[in-house]
Write a protein that binds this ligand. Structure first.
Ligand code: UD1
Length: 419
């Protein structure tokens, strides 16, 4: 059933909101679970449709998946290798994460090209070339990737450019190889450290995650584990930016400065006050902020592309002009037209968005074009004067759990309705 959010904006938000486990950490970790033939239990599983879809693929691979509240148990004793068709991979790009673990366990895999949010061409050449450099034979035909890893060997991989997904793929493919694999020019995102923490808890020997070089000493076998996944830094950022606009002692449990130093620098220069403690951040708006002059999205530790739409919503209401440069994905300004409908003053030229702050946004009918664009529009609706309808909220459900219920608890007037 198609659903939408109806928001009556302009309410002050206060109280506590807890950040869910990180979607982008969880998805590769779910795929990595199949590296063992034991039981893996996750203790803090959020209700994200991307996680449900990944579990559907695991079921196709004969994994017994049992969900009980936040507990998610995977029984991997009867895992089998299956061709993963477009019907499954089309639902989420993270399906590509299964390739590495399948090669590690079965020495061959067939998978259709991945889908995912429509934010650019999103090729997988970096993954493919890295596998090839370790000896995997790959044929791409009729939309499928046929991989044979009979001659795959531990060795050296130098990534041509920094890719989160490719780093994770190759890490997973190498943990069961005999000998040492060294990965150079890897991504340094916290989600990569979290994947290494998970694999090491299962018995892998990975060092250097979070730096530019990762070393993997192959082990024979991995064992089952109970695991809690780290908090989602993008959701934390979403709530903090909302709090900076309309929060009054809004406490974001699970928000941490080290996950996004630049966001905290932006907040520090903004008209808001915030206090950090061991468990989260309490934030209040102190009026209209000065524009942050220039910000560009780049790999970690720089400003994340996934938080760009929410930052843009924040900047639409500042005093002055902010320029945002999107370096990662070429289609990641789809929310701009929707914000303009709400009264924002934004001009886009190639990868630059020039945002002139306005005093107010006004409610309108807007359409989410991807997960994070959708979150940016929800924030805009909560801050705007009057009623906003956000359509296509299935995108938002991919990576936020019952967002409307969480914001309603803070005092927002937001409802989920059928289309
Ligand atoms: C991951 C995140 C996504 C985030 C992105 C960048 C997950 C599940 N998703 O996506 O939310 O926006 O990191 O932080 O963790 N590229 C290629 N060829 C490839 C792979 C990537 O050209 O084979 C390009 C991409 O188009 C992009 C850049 O490299 O311009 C970085 O992409 P990458 O880091 O791979 O992003 P994802 O892992 O897909």
């Amino acid at each position: 059933m198609k659903e939408k959010f109806l928001i009556n904006g302009g309410k002050i938000l206060s109280g506590e909101i807890e950040v869910e486990a990180s979607k982008n950490a969880f998805l590769p970790i779910l795929a990595g679970s199949i590296l063992c033939d034991d039981k893996v239990t996750f203790l803090n599983t959020p209700r994200f449709s991307d996680i449900d879809n990944m579990c559907e693929i695991l079921k196709l691979l004969n994994v017994e998946v049992v969900r009980n509240g936040e507990l998610l148990s995977l029984d991997l004793h009867s895992l089998k290798n299956e061709k993963i068709s477009h019907e499954y991979t089309n639902r989420l790009r993270a399906s590509i994460f299964l390739l590495g673990p399948l090669l590690a366990r079965f020495k061959q895999a067939v998978i259709s090209y991945p889908g995912g949010c429509n934010i650019g061409t999103r090729p997988i050449d970096i993954h493919i070339n890295a596998f090839k450099s370790l000896g995997v034979k790959i044929v791409e035909r009729h939309g499928y990737i046929y991989c044979n890893a009979q001659n795959m060997k531990a060795g050296k991989v130098v990534f041509s450019s920094v890719s989160v997904g490719a780093t994770e793929s190759v890490m997973m493919s190498a943990v069961l190889l005999k000998g040492k694999t060294t990965l150079y020019n890897v991504a340094r995102e916290p989600e990569i450290k979290e994947l290494a923490r998970f694999l090491n808890a299962m018995g892998a020997k990975i060092s250097g995650a979070g730096t530019e070089k990762i070393e993997i000493e192959g082990v024979k076998k991995l064992k089952g584990v109970e695991f809690a996944v780290c908090k989602d830094r993008i959701i934390a950022g979403t709530h903090l930016l909302l709090g900076a606009l309309v929060g009054k002692n809004m406490r974001v449990i699970g928000a941490r400065r080290e996950d996004n130093e630049i966001l905290f620098d932006i907040l520090k220069e903004s008209a808001c006050s915030f206090k950090e403690d061991d468990f989260g951040v309490t934030i209040s708006s102190c009026g209209r902020s000065e524009a942050y002059k220039f910000i560009e999205t780049l790999p970690y530790p720089n400003f994340p592309t996934d938080l760009q739409p929410m930052l843009m919503t924040f900047e639409t209401l500042t005093k002055g002009t902010c320029v945002i440069k999107e370096n990662l994905f070429e289609n990641r300004f789809n929310h701009v037209m929707e914000l303009i409908k709400m009264g924002a003053d934004i001009f886009v030229k190639d990868r630059l968005a020039i945002i002139k702050g306005v005093e107010k946004l006004y409610g309108a009918d807007v359409f989410a074009s991807d997960l994070r664009a959708g979150a940016g529009l929800v924030i805009a609706g909560l801050v705007a004067e009057g009623y906003t309808t956000v359509h296509n909220i299935f995108y938002i459900d991919r990576g936020y759990e019952s967002l409307e219920e969480k914001y309603a608890k803070l005092g927002a007037d937001i409802k989920r309705l059928p289309e």
